[in-house]
Design a protein around this ligand. Structure first.
Ligand code: CAA
Length: 386
């Protein structure tokens, strides 16, 4: 693989995570997919190796290493198991609203336990009637003395039933539409909060995706993030910063599939020689490698831009578009490359005894979650035409 301009520290972390992925995660990947059970043992490995708080600043107990390093970590894990890489990516998504909009007191209260992985977080925006149209959230939050009372339902929530803390978007002013949304931290044991249906998914099967049900759910008013009415902006700013993490997951899945296909092509013999000797296969592998590398460069660029947040400037102003481009491009590459990798293996690629059909199923979600690729195109086009 070609070197990006990574620091010594990032290269060292990549080596460490590559080893953890190979030794601890890869042997479990097929079983996690088969059972659909949350891999608590893998979470424990990540906790022990301080991988759960990579993006959290040091003053809140994290490693303070930023988004580019986080993307490298996600990519390395995704090469062998997309579900396991989502453990790290979803943690960042769930806690990002607190990082962006939390008060100093809220950051001190919530982030240290998220940084060690003692607390798992979840991001709860999507509802049955508010998917791509995220502003159409109907979950209601009403102020009642020192509390808010939440009523409504979320769906497709990653880490549902696993998380300790949920950042929940609800409307405090339905008349105000998008500008009436507010963001809250809901602990898993809040009265009136329950987990609904668990989804049976095509891919990332070990990741738990559930409904959340709020029935007169009472949380302290001090769990409001920012001010009432800022919720939509907080959600969008969060996704601007976390979409490259999903893009990194896509790059990892694609690279894992490419590596497998390259090895297989060298070993598999047909017509008296290895299939890698045929130009038809060589050209496929070359196209796959070029796409993966292009995707990686774009993801690292988006992540490095996020890490320059304090520097401001023109490039940072285009962050939404850059972040959307990284997810759009990398996830399409992941789908193409995993599909072609299955093709290189022929009939074997289609069989569950080999990991490629799982990688192809896992790749599909990267084109859908954290905003469908059609939404990413809207974000990019709006930046061009503004
Ligand atoms: N940063 C800051 N503010 C932003 C913003 C951004 N990136 N994008 C929009 N806003 C602000 C706008 O400036 C506007 O405010 P003003 O009127 O004051 O200017 C306000 O928000 C409304 O913006 P829009 O008019 O652009 O809103 P819209 O209704 O047209 O929607 C959208 C925009 C981009 C389509 C948005 O709805 C969207 O991103 N949808 C996709 C939702 C999504 O990604 N869901 C993912 C769920 S999480 C998940 O999938 C996780 C998982 O499983 C792991």
């Amino acid at each position: 693989m070609y070197q990006y301009d990574l620091t010594e520290e990032q290269l060292a972390i990549r080596q460490i995570v590559r080893r953890i992925a190979r030794e601890k995660v890869a042997p479990r990947a097929a079983e996690i997919d088969e059972t659909g059970e949350y891999p608590w043992d893998i979470l424990e490995v990540f906790r022990k190796n301080d991988l759960m708080g990579i993006g959290i600043p040091e003053e809140y107990g994290g490693a303070g290493l930023g988004m580019l390093t986080l993307c490298i970590v996600i990519e390395e894990i995704a090469k062998v198991c997309a579900t396991s890489s989502l453990i790290v990516a979803a943690q960042e998504l769930g806690l990002m609203p607190i990082l962006l909009a939390g008060s100093e007191e809220q950051k001190q209260r919530f982030l240290p336990k998220a940084a060690t992985g003692e607390h798992i977080t979840a991001f709860a925006l999507t509802e049955p009637g508010a998917g791509s149209d995220a502003g159409a959230v109907k979950t209601r939050a009403v102020r009642d003395g020192d509390d808010y009372v939440l009523d409504g339902q979320k769906c497709f929530i990653t880490n549902g039933g696993v998380a300790d803390l949920y950042t929940v978007f609800a409307t405090t002013d339905p008349e105000a539409g998008i500008k009436g949304l507010s963001a809250f931290v809901v602990p898993k044991d809040a009265p009136g909060f329950t987990i609904g249906k668990k989804e049976d998914k095509m891919g990332i099967r070990g990741s738990q995706t559930t409904e959340l049900i709020f029935d007169k759910c009472r949380i302290p008013a001090e769990n409001l993030l920012g001010e009432e009415g800022q919720g939509f902006k907080i959600a969008m700013m969060t996704l601007d910063r976390t979409r490259p993490g999903i893009a990194a997951q896509a790059v990892g899945i694609a690279q894992g599939a490419l590596d497998y296909a390259v090895n297989y092509a060298q070993e598999r013999k047909q017509f008296g020689r290895s299939i890698a000797a045929f130009q038809g296969i060589q050209f496929m592998l070359a196209d796959m490698a070029a796409k993966v590398e292009a995707a990686r460069q774009l993801v690292y660029k988006a992540a490095a831009t996020i890490d320059k947040v304090d520097e401001g400037g023109e490039e940072f102003a285009a962050l939404s578009a850059l972040s959307a481009m990284s997810k759009l491009f990398a996830s399409d590459v992941a789908m193409e490359v995993t599909t072609d990798a299955v093709q290189v293996l022929g009939g074997y690629g289609y069989m569950r005894d080999y990991p490629l059909e799982r990688m192809m199923r896992d790749a599909k979600i990267t084109q859908i979650y954290e905003g469908t690729n059609q939404i990413q195109k809207i974000v990019i086009a709006r930046d061009l035409l503004k």
